[in-house]
Design a protein around this ligand. Structure first.
Ligand SMILES: *[C@@H]1O[C@H](CO)[C@@H](O)[C@H](O)[C@H]1NC(C)=O
Ligand SMILES: *[C@@H]1O[C@H](CO)[C@@H](O)[C@H](O)[C@H]1NC(C)=O
Ligand SMILES: *[C@@H]1O[C@H](CO)[C@@H](O)[C@H](O)[C@H]1NC(C)=O
Ligand SMILES: *[C@@H]1O[C@H](CO)[C@@H](O)[C@H](O)[C@H]1NC(C)=O
Ligand SMILES: *[C@@H]1O[C@H](CO)[C@@H](O)[C@H](O)[C@H]1NC(C)=O
Ligand SMILES: *[C@@H]1O[C@H](CO)[C@@H](O)[C@H](O)[C@H]1NC(C)=O
Length: 841
């Protein structure tokens, strides 16, 4: 079979060669007389003599216009010829076939210099299907008519039809198939989809499809958004713009007045995708209208947003005012700027309340008003002025007033001053009298209160004070001190301090008086006499000479002696006035004097005393600090401390103290001994105290203390002691404990002491009021007369059994410890007060 084919081909080749050799002429290849070629492609045709080629000359190609095609490849000719090989073949080459190049091309040659041969070939072109304008993605706009473009070119002309999502589209009232596209009327979103534009050329058998994605675009439309925005000056802020649309719109912002686009500048930045315009920091001038543009392929919209810039309040002007008291009106003004226009109020510094607009409720003299001030320069800003008006100005209106400006950006505050001026007064100069003596320098001073400050001048006895070395003025206002050395009587008298300012003047008199020694003391009373001591009280001089009494003195002489030989003793005022070292049974004369800074007054209040004879010592008084219900509480379980005052020895030295103590029990008859008594003797040389040891806890002891001298034993000092309870011991309480208070004994003692201290202070104050004496004066000489005080105390002691001891402050011990002298005589429950040692009693 295969061999058969080869045989057939060989036969055909031989027969063709036979034909050529027989017919001299030209042959064009390809041989079809009509060549149909696509445009835009290269075409090659060859022409050669069929035999005896050496006899052919002038072989050439002629184009359809009859022009000879030149062999000009180099010149970039679109159509040219080229000799191929060695057998005389001339090729016609059309580089890129155009429709215009279609037509009859002739190949011609001269044979044997005489005969002309011509062979024609016709080139016909056709145009393949080309998509001239058929974008593969197209975006019609909602609600408009849109032609889906599909311009297709082919020659011969193609047949075009349409499919949407593979369904054929035929012309309806919505779709119109046109030559270069598919017209869709009133596009809806449902028109989205893939459209197919199909072209067919039956002649050439061409077939092509074009898939076109159609996406319906919607123009931007603004979403709901505020037409106003606010930002605080100096802060950062933003404006928002939001629009819907397909595709998503992009945004730009434009400032309306300057038409400046705020894409990205120093303080502004626009996000084109989100539509947010950021401002940082905002400035006052940023206030105004801003245009937001939202744009997409389907359209553009714009909208105005008004930006307000809140400017924090600022106090531009607050001027202090000064005006005299009694003025009709004080007017404090405060000019503030800010946006929105601030509200202005005032507040007195130190008060918590701000003034309210209009008349103040609690003071109708004060009115607060607001005023809008027009701009000071054209195009400037409005401001607010707050007015605080005070009518009928009084001195107390003087002070600092804060102006407070408020808007939504915040608050500003500044202090201003209303100074209320007034004429001088000397209300705070209490000094009316001054004393001096013997060239003793003295200062007198006065202070004039006034606004503005007063100047001060001095006059002495209604005369100007000339230059005087003995009077020196320090300061001339508002305070002035006059240092005076009164070297003679002329310097005593009325010093007039004159304070003057623009509103008036005032005067203040200070009397400089000459001080003298005190007058004679009125009375010296003997309070306590022992064989060797006398305790005095004094009723002071009727005239202290101008200065306080500093001390009292006594002169005393034995009977028959001269005053020149007298002894003396001086006590500072308020100390115990005890004269010691007197001899028993001797007679003495006494006389007394009071002394102030000037000196001693005259001797007076002479007295004559015969001292008692020697006797046993006085009672040693037991003293204690913690006393409850007449019982001295020991803080210890097994001991208590016995303390006493050394009693006067009545002429013979005390040689020992005798202590006796017994367990004791309270009964209706008072404290009675339970036995278990012990005696002790203590040397008199030791301190006046002793620890009684080895006693039982939580037990009452009755104690007696006697002092002994050569003459005998004193009356015993008595006291009831109680030792502390043993906290480790429990069990039934002894009967004597039945009345044990719930509170700890020390706490109760504290309460009692405090109560008594209050009582004492009350007594002291009443003394002060009625007698113009101090605390210590009271202690020494009692409230009024000593007799009265004694009877007072005795009476109160009789009327009601003492709940506790009366306590006196022992203020010379500096420890502020309270001590009582304890008197357990009689029923053993009554305690009488013995004034402290330093008392004048
Ligand atoms: C060849 O074409 C030319 C020009 O179109 C024409 O004049 C001539 O008669 C044609 N020759 C033949 C053999 O068809
Ligand atoms: C007003 O008085 C206040 C408080 O005394 C002071 O701080 C301020 O400086 C004064 N203002 C003027 C303008 O003098
Ligand atoms: C008087 O005042 C001056 C100055 O203040 C002072 O140095 C002096 O000690 C005072 N003199 C008397 C006696 O108070
Ligand atoms: C007024 O006197 C006071 C007290 O001495 C002083 O502090 C103040 O500065 C004075 N004022 C004037 C305006 O001199
Ligand atoms: C008290 O006596 C002393 C000496 O005994 C004497 O110097 C002094 O002046 C006397 N004082 C009075 C006030 O008599
Ligand atoms: C002692 O007894 C008397 C009378 O019974 C009573 O008033 C007093 O309060 C008692 N004292 C003490 C400390 O118990």
């Amino acid at each position: 079979m295969r061999q058969l084919r080869i045989l057939a081909a060989t036969f055909l080749l031989i027969s063709a060669q036979g034909a050529v050799s027989q017919n001299v002429g030209l042959a064009i290849q390809p041989t079809d007389p009509v060549q149909v070629k696509p445009v835009n492609q290269a075409v090659l045709l060859t022409c050669k003599p069929t035999a005896q080629k050496e006899l052919f000359t002038d072989l050439k190609w002629t184009d359809p216009r009859g022009e000879i095609v030149r062999q000009d490849k180099q010149q970039g000719q679109a159509v040219y010829t080229e000799t191929l090989g060695t057998d005389g073949t001339l090729a016609l080459i059309i580089r890129n076939l155009k429709e215009s190049e279609a037509g009859v091309y002739s190949c011609s040659a001269t044979y044997a210099n005489s005969e002309k041969f011509v062979k024609n070939v016709t080139i016909e072109t056709y145009v393949a299907i080309t998509w001239e304008d058929a974008p593969s993605e197209q975006y019609p706009i909602l609600h408009s008519d849109y032609k889906v473009k599909c311009k297709v070119h082919a020659n011969p002309a193609p047949i075009v039809d349409w499919f949407k999502n593979n369904d054929a589209i035929s012309t309806t009232d919505r779709y119109v198939i046109e030559a270069n596209g598919l017209l869709i009327r009133r596009v809806t979103e449902a028109d989205d989809g893939v459209y197919t534009c199909r072209a067919i050329v039956m002649n050439t058998g061409e077939y092509q499809e074009r898939h076109i994605k159609v996406e319906v675009h919607t123009p931007p439309s603004f979403e709901e958004m505020p037409a106003e925005a606010e930002v605080v000056e100096g802060d950062s802020g933003s404006l928002t713009c939001r629009a819907k649309g397909k595709p998503s719109p992009t945004y730009t912002w434009i400032k309306e007045d300057t038409r400046e686009e705020l894409s990205n500048s120093l303080r502004f930045s626009t996000n084109p995708l989100t539509g947010i315009l950021s401002i940082s920091p905002a400035e006052k001038n940023d206030r105004g209208n801003y245009i937001c543009k939202a744009k997409n392929a389907a359209g553009e919209v714009q909208r105005l947003v008004e930006l307000g810039v809140v400017v924090r309040p600022h106090i531009d002007e607050l001027i202090n005012i000064s005006l005299p008291a009694g003025s009709n009106e004080a007017h404090l003004k405060c000019v503030v700027s800010g946006w929105p226009l601030p509200h202005v109020t005032f507040q007195r510094v130190g008060s918590n309340e701000r003034f309210t607009n209009g008349v103040q409720e609690n003071d109708d003299r004060i009115v607060l008003e607001q005023e809008r001030l027009p701009p000071t320069v054209p195009g400037g800003e409005e401001r607010t002025q707050g007015h605080l008006t005070i009518t009928d100005v009084v001195k107390s209106d003087d002070g600092l007033y804060a102006c407070i400006a408020t808007n939504k950006g915040g608050e500003a505050l500044k202090n201003g001053h209303i100074t209320v001026e007034f004429a001088p007064t000397f209300a705070s100069t209490p000094l009316k009298e001054a004393w001096s003596w013997d060239n003793h320098p003295v200062n007198i001073s006065c202070t004039a209160e006034s606004i503005p400050n007063a100047t001060i001048t001095w006059r002495l006895n209604e005369r100007e004070i000339d230059r005087d070395g003995n009077i020196k003025q320090i300061g001339n206002g508002p305070k002035s001190i006059l240092q005076i050395i009164p070297i003679d009587r002329r310097y005593y008298g009325v010093y007039k301090c004159v304070g003057k300012n623009i509103h008036g003047e005032a005067q203040h008199d200070i009397l400089l008086r000459e001080a003298h020694p005190p007058s004679e003391i009125l009375q010296a009373k003997r309070e306590v006499i022992t064989a060797t001591t006398i305790t005095f009280t004094f009723i002071g001089p009727s005239n202290d000479g101008g200065l306080p009494v500093r001390s009292y003195a006594v002169q005393y002489r034995e009977g028959g002696r001269n005053w020149d030989e007298a002894l003396n003793k001086t006590w500072p005022v308020d100390s115990p006035y005890i004269l010691e070292g007197l001899e028993p049974q001797k007679s003495y004369s006494f006389r007394f004097s009071a002394r102030n800074d000037v000196g001693f007054g005259n001797w007076a209040a002479e007295d004559y005393v015969t001292m008692p004879k020697r006797s046993s010592p006085e009672e040693p008084k037991i003293i204690a600090t913690q006393v409850l219900d007449g019982v001295i509480m020991s803080p210890y379980l097994d001991r208590f401390e016995l303390r006493w005052r050394i009693p006067p020895d009545n002429g013979e030295p005390i040689d020992l103290y005798e202590v006796k103590y017994c367990e004791a029990r309270n009964s209706s008859d008072g404290w009675i001994s339970e036995g278990n008594c012990r005696d002790l003797e203590l040397p008199s040389s030791g301190p006046p105290s002793f620890h009684v040891t080895k006693v039982k806890p939580n037990t009452h002891y009755k104690v007696e203390l006697r002092a002994r001298n050569i003459i005998g034993y004193s009356v015993p000092g008595q006291a009831i002691f109680k030792t502390a309870r043993d906290p480790t011991k429990t069990g039934p309480e002894p009967i004597t404990e039945a009345r044990e208070p719930v509170l700890s004994s020390s706490a109760l003692v504290g309460i009692v002491v405090a109560g008594l201290f209050v009582l004492f202070v009350i007594v002291d104050i009443s003394c002060f009021i009625f007698n113009k004496t101090g605390l210590t004066y009271m202690v020494t000489s009692g409230c009024g007369s000593k007799d009265r005080m004694d009877s007072e105390i005795n009476r109160s002691a009789e009327k009601e059994p003492l709940k506790g001891p009366v306590v006196l402050i022992n203020d010379d011990s500096l420890t502020k410890e309270t001590e009582v002298e304890y008197d357990a005589k009689g029923d053993g429950t009554r305690v009488t007060i013995v004034p402290p040692r330093h008392s004048a009693v």
